[in-house]
Structures are given as C-alpha cells and as structure tokens.
Design a protein around this ligand. Structure first.
Ligand code: WT7
Length: 707
C-alpha cells in the first residue's frame, strides 16, 4: 500500500501511472465448455506464433469464400497504410448470406425482438435475408443511383432493416456509414457531410422505453446541417416501423423523401449480382470521437476486416452455426457491426437483435428473451451489467436460461462486477471473455481464448491470436510484464482488422496512431510502426493486461498519476455502491485531488457513513494519497446514450466551471440535480471556488475521453 510518506520518498515520474491493483484469482473454464470449444487444442498458439506472422492470418481468411485468392498476405509498401490479402477478391454480402443458402436456407439468420413485449418476435431466415438484401440492393442501385464506392449514410435504430441495408450496400460495393440511432440530427448531418453521402436511409420512428419516438425529424435536421456544410442529400429513404402507418410529424419532402415500403414492390424478387470487390476496398465507415471537434470516420476494409471478425467470432466468441448468439449492443457501434452482423453471419449462425432498453418494461426482460429464444452466447458491456446489478439483482435466478459463454466489452470491468456477472447472470456455468479493443481495430485485440486460458477478473487477458501487444513508457522503452508499472498500450504488428485510414484525414491517422512510437518514418518494415492505442495498461507476470482507461483519464495527485478506473473499482468494493466515477478537483496543495461520485443500489440510503465507507475502501485498496476530498452520493451519473459516464460534466461541477454541452447525454436532467446538491454542500463546507487558469480550465473541461 502506498502512503503519502512513501510517495514523497520515491517520487513517481510523470511517465508512470501509479498501479495498485491487487492480483485476482483465476477462474477455470467449465469442462462442458472445453469439450465443445472451437479452439480446444493448444496447437493453435503454435499456428499463430510470431514467426508465422503474417501468414498465420491465412487461417482466418480461409473461413471466407473468395472469388479470387490473394497473392500477397500483407503489403507494407506504404506504411502505415497496410494492405491485407492483396489480389484477393470477394463480396461481404455473398459471404454473410448467399453462401449459407445451400445448407441452411431456412434457418434463422436474425431473430429480432421488438421492444413492446406484446409485439411478436420476428425470425428472418437466410433465404428471407437473401431476398431482402437483394431487393434493397436493387432499390439502392436503380432508384437511388448508388454505385461502387459511393458512401451511403444510415441513421437507423435496432431493426432488421439495418443489417439488410448494410448487406445491400456491401453487395453493391458501396460504403455504408451507420450513425448510431440515438445521435442527434446535427451529429448525423456532420457525418453525412464528412463522408460526402448523397443518400440517407432512416426510419420514421422506433420504440425506446415504451415510447414510439419520432426519428424522421432528425433526418430533416441532418440534411439541413449537411447542407450548411456544403453537402446535398438527394434521396432520403424512410423505412416505416409499422409499414403503412407513419410515426412521425415531419412532412415527407416531395422528390426527396420516399417510403421504402412503397418502393419495394417494384423490386420484388429482383436479384443483384454481388460485386466482386478487391480485398482492400472499403466496406464501411464507423465514426468515433476524438479529442478535437471533427468526428473520425474509421475506414474498414472488406477482406481483412471480414476475415478478422470471422476468425475472432469463431475462436473467441466460440460461435458454432448451431448457436443462438445474442450480442446485446447497438449495431450503431463497432461492436454491433463486427459481432452482431458481420462475424456471426459470416459463420452462418443465428444472431439475436433487440430493439429497446434492457430494463423495459422491467429488469427481467433480458432473461425472458434469453429463455424464450434459447440464447446460449451472451455479449454485453460492463455498464449494462452494472445497471442490471443495480436494478434487478434477483432477476436472472427467476428464469431458465443457460449461457455457455459470455462477453464483456467497452470499458474495464471492476472485479466485483465481473464476479457478479459470472455468478448471477452466468449462474456460474458460463465462460467469460473480457475483450479489449477499439472502433479503430475492427475486432478483439486483448482477450483470453475461452477454453485454453483461465479467466482473471478485471484483466482482459493477453494479446489475442496473432496480436503482439507491448507497453511503452513515454521514452519508448518497454515496460516489462510483472514490473507493476503501467504505460501506454501499443500493438507491435499490423493485423487484418485494423482500420485503413481516417476518412479524408490521412495525416491525422498517421499522427494519432503511429507517430508517437514510429522508429523511422522512411521504413517499410512494419516492426518500425507500433500502433499507439491511447490506453494506459499494466501487464502482470502471467502476460495478462489490465487496461486502466484512456491515458488522458488520469488524475495527478501530488505527482502521483491515478487511473480513474482503479479509484472506481475500489469504490465498488463497497457492497452498497452501484456505480462510481472519479474526477479531479484543482487543489492548491496537491495539484489535483480526487472527488468521487457514487450512486447506491436501490433501497440503500445516502449517509455520511456511506461516504466514509467509500473513502476507507480507497484508502485500503490504493492508499492515503488517493483519499478523496469528497465522496458525493448522487441518484445517477450523467451518461452518454452508449452508457459511458461523462466525467467532464461532473468534473465541471466539482470545480465550479461551466459543464459544457450536455445535449448528448441520455439523462441531461441529472446535471442540475447533482450541481445543486454538490455546490450547496461545498459552500457549507467552506470550499470556495477560485479562478482557474486557462490550462486548468481546459483540463477540467476535456476530462475523460467521451464527448
Ligand atoms: C476504448 C475504445 C471496442 C468496442 C467498444 C468500445 C475502452 C474497450 C475494453 C475492455 C478495458 C476497454 C478502451 C478503448 N475499452 N474495451 N474490455 N477493457 N477497456 O469502442 O468506443 O472505440 O472505445 O474503450 O479505453 O480504448 P470505442
């Protein structure tokens, strides 16, 4: 345990992040899981060992059907714009649909669960998916004029029309760009303009928390914003959530807006030949936020991406064609693209999609879905797990479902929460993989191979097959496994799923991800171009990585860099705590002090004693240096629609600064509630705000990577 005195004796350099994690116990995969696993033979590690790079990835590419085989596995002639499987040609829609018809035409490809529970679940067979994809591809081509290489923007909710539209674009060799349905019209418009799309595919409305939301209004805002940015949308194709019934108040604009259900009869049973695309042709754009304003359109390839998601779905998700696989994420994120649509469908399995929120109409909903459909693989995020633990801890036991495998993705999971996921949601029967990766990466980078590597709560595991991670310090020196020191998580080698560039911003692509540790800008050897992920991490002696969060999410207390995640994990050791967020508060003595915001499980009363318990847990787990200045107990934390806590908003409250834009929050109303409570208390405790310098203000207002 670190103490104030110790940290004075042995100052921690700026380049390090203090690490105080306790080693966790291993959990072994159940024998029943091992017996059926796709990767059950340790010889797989031999096949993917570094000496066999890049040829090892042939194994993934061979999971696909190619029109023409490639001549060069990895072309490094223009670093870091790597090209995989060069010379190969294929079509992603053919690979996800057509090729399954011979053996499984009437097996369910997708099972869609609408949010209203009285509405029937819809199974779409591979044959039906084939028909729908062809018909919509014909409509896009012949009605909307979509050609090879055109960008088509979608602003669709979680409905089967979304995978249909994705696969229809892929069939034509057009590039799709799905904007998360929960984003605003303006955000959609910016992405339309950035991609220079002239066709928008949307829906009139969708169900969320029991309400049929008007979504078409956002299309009007999007088109106006795109127009202001110099991009004209010619056609808006509007699906109707209930065909024939229009759910929006927004008028249909003559000559621009068209109901898809009215156009489709003209394309009934039309077939469109899948366009044979070069492996390195872009398949889609997925926008992600960076630290500066302009969104980054991550461009993903056809052959490399599809091979990578098929391979990782097979070995890490353990998907067999007979499984019923449910990835409880939104297709509007990379997780949904890779692990609801492309990976599972490339393997010919049944992929479940759910329209609504996890707790509608009550927190038993996910388990009723799992029981009813016989789901055996379940994939979700720590934030969903924490929410279900908070509001429905007794629900899983009431339902008769059995998972063989579960996944977590998106942020580090606290060991306490992991154990709850394992015991309560997984009923102690399922293997868990914690998968670390990013929008930019296409697929998993850090995880355990479920039958062959033990689980360790809070750690994602080692690099996945064919991925060779390394932790570098600020000077580019390697931080060794087992040293207890943290540093910057990097990947030494290229891999097939890596994005090809940031759409329209190739310099930013190089600067953001490769400039930091590039050894020689002239070099054409991939070994000189490590990929900088922007995450802090520590590697245990066993080779497992523990991700501390984004490197810009650290709180520097008296020269001691504390990861927000470990402060939050320590708070979650207190049984009554449901969620926690750590933020810095400017402190004239320590530079920064920590403030914690926690929400409690239902039925637990806020009290001084609860705050003291959280402080004590941090004392015990991390040390006095990290003891929070204040622990605020709040009813809920401000979160984005994807569930990420917006730390900069509460950091603004703690520091009496402007909280900035809160329009992208899922729960903007909470901000005033928290501000009122916290600032009143601070005044009572005699904490008077002081004027902040420009740098200090900037740090607070950009704290946390979420925008
Ligand atoms: C960032 C990427 C990958 C799809 C969803 C998020 C954090 C992601 C984990 C994990 C610890 C994780 C990282 C990463 N992250 N997965 N299993 N353990 N941290 O994609 O929005 O691009 O976010 O999420 O900080 O850099 P994204």
């Amino acid at each position: 345990m670190e103490t104030d005195e110790e940290s004075q004796d042995t100052p921690v350099s700026e380049a390090q992040i203090a690490v105080h994690w306790r080693e966790e116990e291993y959990y072994q995969p159940p024998a029943k899981f091992i017996a059926q696993a796709n990767a059950g033979d340790p010889s797989i590690f031999e096949r993917f060992r570094e000496e066999r790079f890049p040829e090892c990835f042939k194994e993934y590419a061979d999971l696909l059907s190619w029109d023409a085989y490639w001549h060069t596995t990895l072309d490094t002639s223009n670093p870091p714009f790597w090209k995989w499987f060069v010379g190969g040609r294929l079509n992603a829609s053919f690979n996800c649909v057509d090729r399954h018809l011979a053996a499984s035409s009437n097996k369910a490809a997708l099972i869609w669960v609408p949010e209203p529970e009285e509405e029937e679940t819809r199974a779409i067979t591979y044959q039906e998916l084939y028909k729908r994809v062809n018909e919509f591809a014909a409509l896009l081509r012949d009605f909307a004029g979509v050609k090879i290489g055109d960008r088509v923007t979608f602003h669709l909710p979680m409905v089967p029309e979304l995978p249909v539209a994705m696969l229809a674009c892929a069939r034509l060799g057009a590039i799709h760009s799905q904007v998360f349905g929960g984003f605003s019209g303006a955000a959609c418009g910016e992405r339309i303009a950035d991609a220079d799309s002239h066709v928008l595919v949307t829906m009139d409305g969708f169900y969320r928390n029991g309400e049929l939301l008007d979504h078409k209004v956002k299309a009007d805002e999007a088109i106006a914003r795109a127009h202001d940015l110099g991009c004209e949308v010619d056609k808006v194709l509007v699906w109707r959530r209930r065909p024939g019934q229009y759910a929006s108040k927004s008028p249909m604009v003559e000559g621009r807006d068209f109901f898809v259900d009215e156009l489709l009869p003209d394309y009934r049973d039309k077939l469109v030949e899948p366009v044979s695309m070069p492996a390195e042709a872009p398949l889609f754009l997925m926008y992600t936020s960076g630290t500066t304003g302009r969104p980054k359109g991550c461009e993903h390839s056809t052959g490399g991406y599809l091979a990578y998601v098929a391979g990782t779905s097979k070995y890490y998700q353990d998907i067999h064609p007979e499984d019923t696989y449910w990835c409880f994420a939104d297709i509007g994120w990379i997780t949904g693209h890779s692990y609801i649509v492309y990976g599972p469908l490339a393997l010919g399995t049944t992929s479940v999609m759910y329209e609504g929120v996890p707790t509608y109409p009550d927190p038993g909903r996910p388990w009723r879905i799992a029981q009813r459909l016989g789901v055996d693989i379940f994939h979700t995020s720590p934030t969903t797990v924490r929410m279900l633990r908070k509001v429905g801890p007794d629900e899983p036991a009431k339902y008769d479902y059995h998972f063989k495998h579960m996944t977590t993705v998106g942020e580090p999971i606290e060991p306490e929460v992991w154990r709850w996921y394992h015991e309560v949601i997984g009923k102690g029967e399922a293997v868990i993989v914690d998968t670390w990766w990013q929008t930019e990466n296409g697929g998993f980078l850090g995880s355990t191979l479920p039958a062959l590597q033990a689980m360790k709560p809070g750690s994602c595991g080692p690099g996945v097959l064919g991925i060779y991670p390394v932790i570098y310090d600020e000077n580019g020196d390697e931080v060794l496994a087992g040293s207890g020191r943290a540093g910057n998580m990097c990947i030494r080698n290229p891999w097939p799923g890596i994005f090809q560039t940031i759409w329209g911003q190739p310099e930013k692509f190089v600067d953001t991800y490769y400039a930091k540790y590039c050894r020689d800008r002239q070099s054409k050897d991939w070994r000189d171009w490590p990929y900088f992920a922007g995450d802090g991490a520590v590697q245990a002696a066993d080779g497992y990585f523990r991700i501390l969060g984004r490197v810009d999410d650290v709180i520097n207390v008296a020269g001691h860099r504390l990861g927000t995640k470990e402060l939050e994990s320590a708070s979650l050791m207190v049984d009554e705590v449901a969620e926690a967020a750590a933020v810095p508060v400017i402190d004239d003595i320590r530079g920064r002090a920590v403030e914690m915001y926690v929400s409690l499980k239902p039925g637990v009363q806020a009290s001084e004693e609860m705050s003291a318990k959280v402080s004590r847990a941090i004392d015990t787990e991390i040390g006095k240096i990290a003891r929070p200045k204040n622990v605020w107990i709040v009813p809920d934390l401000p979160k984005t629609r994807s569930g990420k806590i917006m730390r900069r908003v509460i950091a603004g409250i703690s520091n009496f600064t402007d909280v900035g834009d809160t329009s992208t929050l899922a729960n903007p109303e909470i901000v005033d509630v928290i501000r009122h409570h916290v600032q009143k208390e601070k005044a009572a405790r005699g904490e008077v705000p002081r004027e902040l310098s420009r740098e200090e203000l900037e740090e607070i207002q950009s704290f946390g990577s979420v925008e």
